[in-house]
Design a protein around this ligand. Structure first.
Ligand SMILES: *[C@@H]1O[C@H](CO)[C@@H](O)[C@H](O)[C@H]1NC(C)=O
Ligand SMILES: *[C@@H]1O[C@H](CO)[C@@H](O)[C@H](O)[C@H]1NC(C)=O
Ligand SMILES: *[C@@H]1O[C@H](CO)[C@@H](O)[C@H](O)[C@H]1NC(C)=O
Length: 614
């Protein structure tokens, strides 16, 4: 199964290790001369601020080329297609590692290069398939290795990071290394604040002057499913577990609860508070009182259980995902890292590329939860294409093991970037300063399921629902028919503002406003596609349970079957639009649209569809 991608010429170049001497000492044809690997224009809003403090240390991560990745993609296409005989035959971690492994020449050459710069094997951390390695060096050494210059860059919002806009590698390493980061990433993942709307004061005082009273009015304690099609009128203003159960027909008692788990990822010092969870359960899910979830710290992620310290995002995700899926066990990962750069701190371990950190950790995580929901992201254009592609491959590796990865589609409508504060235009960073819609990454990765938002009942698209078309990832076959139908209706509208051939998001949707959560000791109302993602994840977790109870596999990579078979189990949302970038955005319409995707879940129908699949 070895796929030879290395030409005779590149192997001939690979004979001698490159020494850590300036390039003018070595001859031009031994492959040691640095050549530019990547060069970018920083996104709107960033300016060079100061030279990098030379003794500051930086943790570099190198991703090696994966010559067998297309084979892994082929496996994934088969095991996620309900009409294929291998549907549901998920791969083991060992099989995935073998398919993700780099060529042995790549490992050897890169090791020689690192050794030439004084790095010992014990200084280097490696992922289980050895396709990713990381090590910490002074900035000065990183600059030599990459023939570059790091600077402190400042964002208009007074945020600082250490980056470069261009880096180089010895020529003979180019075919072996996909990327080195952090170099050219200007993402601000902590843009999560834009993914979490504290409802405005007016709404709060009108409908939530006494959120507790409101919650009580729902009869959340005794409640449950109203007669078919009936939804409590209060669900127009406050979303509770019972509202979701009524709207989405979630009437089910899990039966295979020891056979799978549901996971939530947290980044940027987010973790959930157990006491708040208990207060939430007490009011909304009394049968879950006293239940907890497993906590894992990734690379030093924290878990301070002081009630003022927990993150609202984490509390929201945990309360709704675990509250709906109970008693299916929950898992929470907190990945370390506080991106804003502080020049006075000598060591900044995390370097604002949390996904690779988490993915490396997951590559050797045994028996991962069958569904994992993530509510973090940033504009696709703030990460280089090479990084987006590499991280997306990491997600593909995890989905190949049978994990459904669910991501929030963003809260900026068609403009999930940093629109110019004056003109509201979304400006491309391809050097042309063109106006361009700005979708959210990782939602645009074709191996994850992107969830948009709705509000009210009957449901309409919520105005901030992130949607649009990737500028990096081509449209995957599984959605081409559904998306082409939409594009046919759209005609020439917005021509030039989006990539007609791109991966389109969202795939599905769920309620995105007015969630009653318990956080920092009190009830609060919160919204965002951040809320929609864990809700959809919980629905999938319950469907997995129904399949496991039949002795079938969990669903794994969802999208091919969603577009092929699940459409009758989704409520098509046909009203509303997602303005952004100074436009009205796209409009929800019959069938798939870039506002609410294929629609919101109808659990009972989906359960029928999926339990009738092989
Ligand atoms: C929500 O409000 C709309 C518009 O006022 C109304 O038509 C609908 O019946 C309300 N929903 C419920 C569940 O009462
Ligand atoms: C936990 O958070 C609280 C409130 O922010 C803070 O006062 C306390 O020092 C933190 N504890 C630890 C161990 O970090
Ligand atoms: C794009 O905008 C940047 C920052 O405002 C400016 O420096 C640059 O000259 C512009 N480029 C073009 C092609 O207009």
């Amino acid at each position: 199964m070895r796929i030879p991608i290395f030409t005779a010429a590149s192997l001939a170049l690979a004979v001698l290790p490159c020494l850590a001497v300036p390039s003018y000492y070595v001859s031009r044809d031994n492959g040691c001369e640095h050549q530019v690997k990547e060069s970018i224009t920083p996104p709107h809003g960033w300016t060079k601020y100061a030279a990098a403090p030379p003794y500051h240390t930086i943790t570099l991560r190198i991703a090696l080329s994966q010559p067998h990745f297309s084979t892994l993609e082929q496996h994934l296409a088969e095991i996620s297609d309900p009409d294929h005989p291998r549907y549901g035959a998920h791969l083991s971690a060992e099989e995935v590692d073998a398919l993700a492994a780099p060529h042995s020449d790549s490992i050897r050459l890169v090791d020689e290069w690192l050794a030439g710069h004084g790095l010992k094997d014990s200084d280097i951390a490696r992922s289980s398939s050895k396709d990713s390695l990381s090590f910490t060096v002074p900035v000065k050494l990183a600059e030599q290795m990459l023939d570059t210059e790091y600077n402190v860059w400042r964002h208009d919002d007074d945020e600082y990071i250490l980056r470069t806009t261009r880096y180089s590698l010895p020529a003979k390493l180019h075919a072996h290394i996909e990327l080195v980061q952090p170099t050219t990433i200007f993402a601000r993942w902590k843009g999560l604040k834009s993914h979490l709307f504290y409802e405005d004061v007016e709404v709060q005082t009108k409908t939530l002057a006494s959120p507790l009273m409101n919650v009580n009015n729902f009869n959340v304690v005794g409640g449950g499913i109203l007669p078919a099609g009936r939804v409590d009128p209060n669900c127009n203003y406050t979303i509770t577990l019972n509202c979701l159960r009524q709207m989405y027909n979630i009437e089910y008692t899990p039966q295979a609860i020891d056979q799978q788990r549901i996971g939530i990822t947290g980044y940027l010092e987010q973790f959930a508070n157990i006491e708040d969870l208990q207060s939430f359960y007490k009011m909304q899910r009394p049968d879950a009182l006293g239940s907890d979830f497993e906590y894992f710290s990734v690379a030093g992620g924290i878990n301070n259980q002081s009630i003022e310290a927990a993150g609202t995002e984490a509390n929201l995700d945990v309360q709704y995902a675990f509250g709906l899926a109970h008693p299916i066990p929950g898992v929470y990962w907190s990945t370390a890292g506080r991106p804003p750069f502080q020049a006075d701190i000598a060591t900044v371990r995390n370097t604002n590329e949390p996904y690779q950190e988490w993915l490396d950790y997951m590559s050797s995580f045994p028996n991962p939860p069958a569904v994992i929901s993530t509510s973090y992201g940033d504009a696709e254009q703030t990460v280089p294409r090479s990084y987006a592609v590499n991280v997306c491959r990491g997600f593909a590796k995890l989905t190949a093991r049978g994990v459904s990865l669910i991501f929030a589609s963003g809260d900026g409508g068609v403009g999930d970037g940093n629109p110019d504060p004056e003109t509201q235009k979304c400006i491309s960073n391809d050097g042309r300063n063109a106006t361009r819609f700005s979708p959210l990454f990782p939602a645009t990765c074709p191996y994850v399921t992107a969830v948009g938002g709705t509000n009210s009942y009957p449901e309409v698209a919520v105005y901030f629902s992130g949607g649009g078309f990737s500028n990096y990832f081509p449209r995957p076959a599984y959605q081409s028919q559904a998306v082409n139908q939409f594009l046919g209706k759209l005609g020439n509208t917005y021509q030039g503002l989006y990539n007609r051939f791109g991966r389109a998001i969202p795939d599905v949707a769920a309620q995105g406003r007015h969630y009653a959560i318990h956080s920092r000791g009190k009830w609060a109302s919160i919204g965002g596609t951040s809320a929609a993602a864990p809700v959809f994840a919980a629905v999938i977790s319950l469907i997995n349970d129904a399949r496991l109870a039949q002795g079938k596999s969990v669903l794994g990579f969802l999208n091919p079957a969603l577009y092929k078979s699940a459409i009758p189990g989704l409520n098509d949302i046909t009203e509303g639009n997602n303005p952004g970038c100074g436009t009205n955005g796209f409009s929800a319409t019959d069938g798939w649209d870039p506002v609410t995707g294929l629609g919101t879940p109808d659990f009972l129908k989906l359960k029928d569809i999926y339990t009738n699949m092989p």
